[in-house]
Design a protein around this ligand. Structure first.
Ligand SMILES: Nc1ncnc2c1ncn2[C@@H]1O[C@H](COP(=O)(O)OP(=O)(O)O)[C@@H](O)[C@H]1O
Ligand SMILES: [Mg+2]
Length: 316
């Protein structure tokens, strides 16, 4: 029996009669499935992928917060909630994969498009609302609180030094070209990490991955992909907006709701630099540990090349 059919039946009591592969996201495979009357969105994290642990280990911690937000905040109806399995969990798994099941959202992913005025307003309202909630919601879930650690730095540094020999020739050459910039960026992130650990910044619930591939225009604008939900300084979200042409408008509205808020430049730099390094690390990790071949590998190398170039330009 098809493994997905089995999973849907066993864990969710759904009789799957149709499945279509969707253009996937970054971290997981994606499928539109149907039982003949209703469509669902099945997200499949392959355990063989190096990034899967990072993206799935906190599901049982963050999903109850989504449920809470959906029931108690103005985000109600604008965020997708994973279905609960027969065992009472928000995810299920077999040897190969970890699965999450959602309602299918009929609509268009914003992706590379610009937001309309109406969409900018809706996104602004969602962020303003999300940032009203904090410690009181995550009290018993300490793992969801930002601690400014940068766990991948150790591995990245290893790959730049003793671990170089594990890299293939082309990747080694590429990374060698940016060795100085990488080391400089690592140093900067570590300094900021220390500084922020010692500071006592106000924190709020943050989505932490606010790009437009995580926005779907349905009857209303939906914000999806909440795997990064965390209690963090709000710069963890604002970093995605500071360079948008509508940022000033955004801030005007934001500051009316969050009186006395001013951007913390250290927190903003920390998130920007960490994100850049994390993306670079994830591409290297894929090239090292995920068995990529052919076109897929070429694509990853090109992404890595682009990120390294951006890093170089940014540090100039
Ligand atoms: N519930 C849903 N219904 C329909 N399409 C969805 C749904 N959730 C996500 N998608 C589509 O799948 C893509 C990847 O989903 P996402 O949750 O962002 O995965 P990833 O963590 O891999 O980025 C999104 O960009 C969107 O186009
Ligand atoms: Mg996504």
């Amino acid at each position: 029996m098809n493994i997905y059919k089995y999973i849907l039946s066993f864990y969710y009591g759904i009789n799957m009669i149709d499945i279509k592969k969707q253009q996937g996201g970054w971290a997981a495979l994606a499928f539109e499935v149907s039982d003949g009357t209703k469509k669902y969105f099945l997200k499949v994290y392959e355990k063989s992928r190096a990034s899967t642990r990072k993206w799935t280990s906190l599901i049982e911690q963050y999903a109850p917060i989504l449920v809470w937000l959906n029931e108690n905040s103005r985000l109600s109806g604008k965020i997708p909630i994973p279905y609960i399995t027969k065992n009472g969990n928000f995810k299920c798994e077999d040897e190969e994969n970890i699965y999450l099941l959602y309602d299918y959202i009929n609509g268009e992913t914003i992706g590379d498009q610009d937001l309309t005025k109406e969409q900018i307003q809706q996104l602004t309202q969602m962020i303003v609302e999300l940032h009203h909630y904090g410690e009181e919601v995550v009290l018993d879930k300490p793992l969801l609180k930002e601690d400014f650690s940068v766990p991948f730095l150790e591995q990245l540094r290893y790959v730049l030094n003793e671990g170089r020999s594990h890299l293939s020739h082309d990747v080694k050459k590429l990374i060698d070209n940016y060795n100085e910039q990488l080391k400089e960026a690592i140093f900067k992130v570590e300094q900021l990490s220390k500084l922020l650990k010692a500071s006592d910044l106000k924190m709020a619930l943050c989505h932490t991955d606010l790009h437009y591939w995580n926005l779907i225009q349905s009857e209303q604008l939906m914000l999806i992909d909440w795997e990064g939900l965390k209690l963090a300084p709000v710069e963890a979200d604002l970093m995605f907006l500071v360079e948008k042409p509508y940022f000033e408008e955004f801030m005007e509205i934001y500051q009316k709701a969050h009186k006395n808020y001013a951007i913390n430049d250290d927190a903003l730099s920390f998130y920007q630099e960490r994100r850049r390094l994390e993306d670079i690390w994830e591409f290297i990790e894929q090239l090292l540990y995920d068995k990529q071949e052919g076109q897929e590998r070429v694509k990853t190398i090109n992404y890595l090349k682009n990120e390294l170039k951006c890093l170089g330009e940014h540090l100039k």
